[in-house]
Design a protein around this ligand. Structure first.
Ligand code: NG1
Ligand code: ZN
Length: 532
């Protein structure tokens, strides 16, 4: 009752935007930052309940809008092992966020009963934010909700999204045999740097890497990480202006590079220079370079997945444990068809295709001993099952070569942020693999040839009528549209196209690929016309 009263009183400081319906989607809540006060308040209440429900385990709250423009912001919850919030709770988040402020304490009470939360349990929350100007106000709101609910909390100030996921997992495994690391920013850098140096023993990274940090939180964090790397790799940090609030994600960053298929206009990289871009909260990573003919070449999430899968496969064979590890790759419908072909025919690995959104990919990856998952946009990681961890840790090497491979695998399980896709960790992973293979980005690109593709955003009256199935590769409604798409794509050499309602924007996305650039563009235009 005291808590209920405190919630009601705290809620009265805020005003709900009129006529706005909120929904906890694939990226939590995300919108113009002005509209977020009451949403963040509701998320604070729910984080507290989630922790109590899980007997006082630490829950994370991240305030970020990733690659969105600077004036947006967002908020999402992190579950105890560093995963995304359990799907069933997304509906509770939506319900609390839409509750009128006068009755939000009642809705909170209803949820306590419905979810059967033991209110005498402790509640513990950690939170952090990206560099957006609105972040400090929103953290203040979160603070108010956590205080009203008598929740113990730690404010980690500025962090990348994956750093917060890391801290959550560390907090909840502290003192157990699964302790993930020290629950601090320093612990994060130490873990990455130590494992990187281990796996880099005996090899050297060629040349330097230029990293575009989207003018987001990844910039200062990458600069910190570099201090721990002892010059094991030469990294040049660019687009790390976190002072000018409007520069965030503006004409730079992983989303810009992937969607525009070009380098940031500010880039001064020369021919064959190795470049990478992070997004605004540093959970996405893409590589690229300019070839000898001055053509921009993108190495996206599909490329990172194939690189990682092939490397881990080689290590497993060299370590003599390939028979004991089921390695697989998880993709979405947006993966380039050429990458899918390469994984099946050259790497000879099984593939699962899932719905868009990393939580789906992550979930599917757990079905393998080693699950490599990446969205084409550069968000992903590698998961290792308990069996894999045991085999990698406990196998007795039969030769120095096996021992070396086993040690590299052990270091990789620490280098890779298994909780969530992490651009900084993924970047060190790519650097490691390129160094081991002695590859420049040109050799990496040479493993297969991407099919030209086109992604088009189509604004429609009501995107909810677009119902997909088969991992979003086909449409069951509107009636007749699927047949049309199939008839269109059959007219093009290697043609493949699909349309689906976006989960984060009010639009339908059309994807098309085909053997040539003009065919891919043409197919995309025709399917987009059929959709609108
Ligand atoms: P939607 O808007 O549902 O297509 C986008 C990305 C996803 C994922 C989410 C969350 C594409 C085509 N879609 O989803 O991959 O990253 O945002 O941020 O890139
Ligand atoms: Zn992001």
């Amino acid at each position: 009752p005291a808590v209920k009263k405190a919630i009601s009183e705290a809620a009265l400081q805020y005003r709900k935007p009129k006529g706005k319906v909120f929904e906890y989607g694939t990226a939590g809540f995300r919108m113009k930052a002005d509209l977020l006060n009451t949403v963040v308040f509701a998320v604070g209440l729910l984080a507290s309940l989630r922790s109590k429900k899980l007997s006082g385990q630490w829950i994370g709250v991240m305030v970020t809008a990733s690659h969105n423009p600077a004036e947006d912001n967002g908020v999402k919850l992190v579950d105890p092992m560093g995963e995304m919030l359990e799907a069933e709770w997304e509906a509770y988040a939506t319900r609390l966020a839409n509750a009128p402020l006068e009755s939000i304490a009642d809705v909170y009470d209803e949820l306590v009963k419905e979810i059967d939360v033991k209110m005498t349990n402790p509640a513990r929350v950690v939170f952090a934010r990206d560099t957006r100007a609105s972040g400090s106000r929103l953290v203040g709101v979160l603070n108010a909700a956590l205080t009203a609910t008598e929740t113990e909390f730690i404010d980690f100030k500025y962090m990348t999204t994956p750093q917060l996921h890391y801290v959550v997992r560390c907090k909840n495994t502290l003192g157990t045999q699964y302790q993930y690391g020290e629950p601090s920013e320093q612990g994060y850098y130490e873990k990455l740097a130590q494992s990187f140096k281990k796996v880099m023993r005996g090899v050297k990274v060629q040349g330097s890497l230029t990293v575009d940090c989207a003018n987001g939180v990844g910039g200062p964090k990458l600069r910190e990480l570099i201090k721990f790397l002892d010059s094991a790799v030469d990294i040049k940090v660019i687009n790390d202006d976190v002072i000018n609030p409007d520069s965030l994600n503006y004409e730079c960053g992983a989303d810009y590079v992937k969607t525009k298929q070009r380098a940031p206009p500010s880039s001064k990289a020369g021919v064959l220079d190795r470049c990478a871009s992070l997004d605004g909260d540093a959970d996405r990573l893409v590589y690229y370079f300019v070839d000898e003919s001055n053509v921009f070449r993108l190495l996206d999430g599909d490329r990172i997945a194939t690189l990682a899968a092939s490397f881990i496969g080689d290590l497993a064979r060299n370590a003599g444990i390939a028979q004991k590890l089921k390695i697989g790759v998880v993709q979405t419908a947006y993966a380039n068809g050429a990458s899918t072909d390469y994984i099946e025919k050259v790497l000879k690995l099984p593939i699962i295709c899932t719905n868009t959104g990393v939580k789906h990919l992550h979930h599917a990856a757990l079905r393998f001993d080693v699950g490599v998952y990446f969205e084409a946009n550069g968000h992903g990681t590698v998961t290792f099952s308990e069996n894999a961890m045991k085999v990698i840790r406990n196998t007795e090497p039969q030769s120095p070569a096996q021992q070396h491979a086993l040690e590299s695998l052990r270091a990789l399980t620490d280098l890779i942020n298994q909780a969530v896709g992490d651009a900084l960790s993924d970047m060190l992973l790519v650097e490691t693999i390129l160094a081991h293979k002695g590859w420049s980005p040109k050799e990496w690109l040479g493993t297969y040839t991407d099919l030209p593709s086109r992604l088009v955003r189509v604004v429609v009256n009501d995107r909810s009528i677009f119902k997909a199935y088969d991992a979003e590769r086909k449409l069951e409604s509107p009636a007749g549209l699927q047949e049309k798409v199939e008839s269109l794509q059959s007219r093009y050499n290697k043609g493949r196209s699909f349309a689906r309602a976006s989960g984060t924007e009010d639009a339908v996305r059309v994807y098309a690929e085909a053997a040539s650039r003009s065919e891919a563009d043409d197919l995309a235009t025709r399917v987009a016309n059929a959709v609108s």
